[in-house]
Write a new protein. Structure first.
Length: 196
């Protein structure tokens, strides 16, 4: 029993030291990055939008980013669906209730390679006062040198979020059956990073 406890303790300490060992900072190139989403509308189509404001912090020492630790902060008020009245509704009490819950926060727990450029991002997704662990698809497009001597990395992250799990259940019934808005929200993120 004592040996088992010591083994567990050593494994835990090793993982903590490994996490603390990451020192390489990657900064977001916001002009080449985006966070978008889409949701089914009236059953027959979809509505798209994006968040105009967000921050991303990344620490990764390994060239394949398998040790990456990251967090994303998205001010809800920056939502943009190209319709001012709809955006005002979305940040109000029926949806995000930005006055109470001003930010969406995504914390990377694990960034694991599946094959080639394909990865899985395990994240703690916090929205509307609720946090859920979510698995997202990711593509790591590698690292390059730009013409000005900067080292850059590119990430694509996508997946579906069940908005009902975050108590975002506003909807309206259609005469022909079904509801106006889908339950699943498709997210699509493109991040370009600069080393250091």
């Amino acid at each position: 029993m004592k040996k088992h406890f010591i083994l567990v303790l050593l494994i835990t300490l090793a993982s903590v030291f490994n996490a603390l060992a990451q020192t390489q900072v990657w900064k977001l190139d916001k002009s080449h990055s985006s966070i978008g989403f889409a949701i089914d509308h009236m059953v027959i189509s979809e509505t798209k939008g994006e968040f105009d404001d967000f921050t991303l912090n990344v620490l990764a020492d390994k060239p394949d980013f398998t040790d990456a630790k990251f967090d994303v902060n998205i001010p809800v008020q920056s939502i943009n669906t190209k319709d001012k009245k709809r955006d005002e509704h979305l940040v109000g009490p029926d949806f995000f209730d930005a006055a109470k819950y001003p930010n969406i926060v995504i914390k990377g727990v694990q960034f694991k390679k599946v094959s080639g450029k394909k990865y899985k991002a395990i994240v703690d997704f916090a929205m509307h006062g609720i946090t859920k662990r979510v698995q997202l698809d990711a593509v790591f497009n590698g690292i390059v040198k730009d013409p000005w001597g900067n080292t850059r990395a590119g990430l694509l992250i996508s997946g579906e979020i069940d908005r009902y799990l975050f108590d975002l259940k506003y909807n309206s019934a259609l005469e022909a059956g079904g509801v106006a808005l889908g339950q699943m929200v498709r997210i699509s993120c493109s991040f370009e990073l600069i080393k250091g």
